[in-house]
Design a protein around this ligand. Sequence first.
Ligand code: BES
Ligand code: ZN
Length: 466
Amino acid sequence: MMKGIFWSRFLLAASLCWGSGAGLALAAPPEAGPEGAVVHGSANAITVNGDAIFNHVSRLAASSRVAGTQNEYNAVQYIKGELEKYGYTVTLQSFTFPKFSAPSSIQLTIEGTHGLASEQLAPQALQNTQGGDVSGEVVDAKKGTPQDLKGLELKGKIALIEAGQIDTNDKIANVADQGAVAVILYNPSSDTPISDTQFSTLSLPTVSLSGKDAQALKQKAAANDGPRVRLSVQGVAAMAATSYNVVATLRPNTTTTTSDLVTVGAHHDSVSAGPGANDDASGVGVVLEVARVVAGTQRDSEVRFLTFGAEEYGLYGSKAYANSLSSTDIGRFIGHFQLDMVGSKNSGTLGMYTVNGQKNVVTDLGATFASRLSGVIPYGQFGRSDHVPFYQRGVATALYTHSPAEPEYHTRYDTIDKISKDKLANIATIVGNSVAEILSPTTPSFKRYKDFFTPVNYPYDPNPPV
Ligand code: BES
Ligand code: ZN
């Protein structure tokens, strides 16, 4: 039978229901294909509820959810409770990860010259700073871009760097490459030192100053004999913190089953800067709604819905999960769908990103369903989320996200008012139907999925989301 042809018919019918009512419908009754055969797929077509997803995002984004904190644990309990309502068996996988504690003391002193007294400044340590006790001449390193640093003598010096333009970790890496021993970061228009951003492990002792203090220091640095400062950052320690993954399993409910396994995931932790409505409460909301609707389908294969902790500190939760899988389970995988930053009004268009930049079953399915619903979507290359550890274990996987990322990414402005219900519902429909297709008894083992459908053509997007 011509399954590919039927699939288009079924999806075409579905697209006519688009946007009707509260939920977005992708429902069609079992029907005869052009050849009169009842073909797979229709029995499992799912309808998602955009309001339900939005409500999950809203609940989760009531506060930040930094890994290892009570707020993260509250989010974990909320997710677990919702999944149990839908009939899932839910377990928590705990793991530890290195979390840098704040320094016990920091001092920044402008050393006295020409008989002048030394001057104490009021620095703030940045999260994840290195400890140390260094002194050296202050050099204005502008914004710390490679261009800014060209020809600048930084060996043994302390770099004064303005915030913005490029990633903070990259600024610090750039000056460290040229031999700087410490960093003072500032935002010229801020009355207070920078404190509300979370960085991954910084490679140098790094503190921030208020815009005013930093500008004064910069003026002194512009004078010929730049000031010498001493920076002491004491008591920094990497402490083991505990975080959790949520694992919800749904087993086959048909008499004939396959050993196929498919997983869908998002990270529930956020940075400390803000409530992470889009990063990644949005992904968790979509995971929950897809889990709810998939629980009502006929399934000859197993699906697991996963939310990961400590993604923002370095993909710790997904690494712990992927590394805990047996080689037997790895061999059962059809694919892993990762949802990260999937609902901002201010981001670009939907795309699918793989670690190696190649298409796979996860992108083939998504592109094919998307093409019938809301238009073809591209694939590209991008890591930086929880699909990476799955890829490293040989699982076909892709990150679903919008590109380019919104300007509120990792700031306190990543709030619920920036979330688009339509974007959430669209991606949930695409991913939900992809998963339902894998699970459907009408597609016994999905390993040879090209027996069941011919993927549409979809383009390569050369630009990563950030
Ligand atoms: N959600 C981001 C990754 C992302 C950015 C996805 C833009 C889609 C669009 C994720 O939470 C993150 O911030 N990851 C870290 C890397 C990680 C290894 C600490 C990053 O990108 O800096
Ligand atoms: Zn994220």
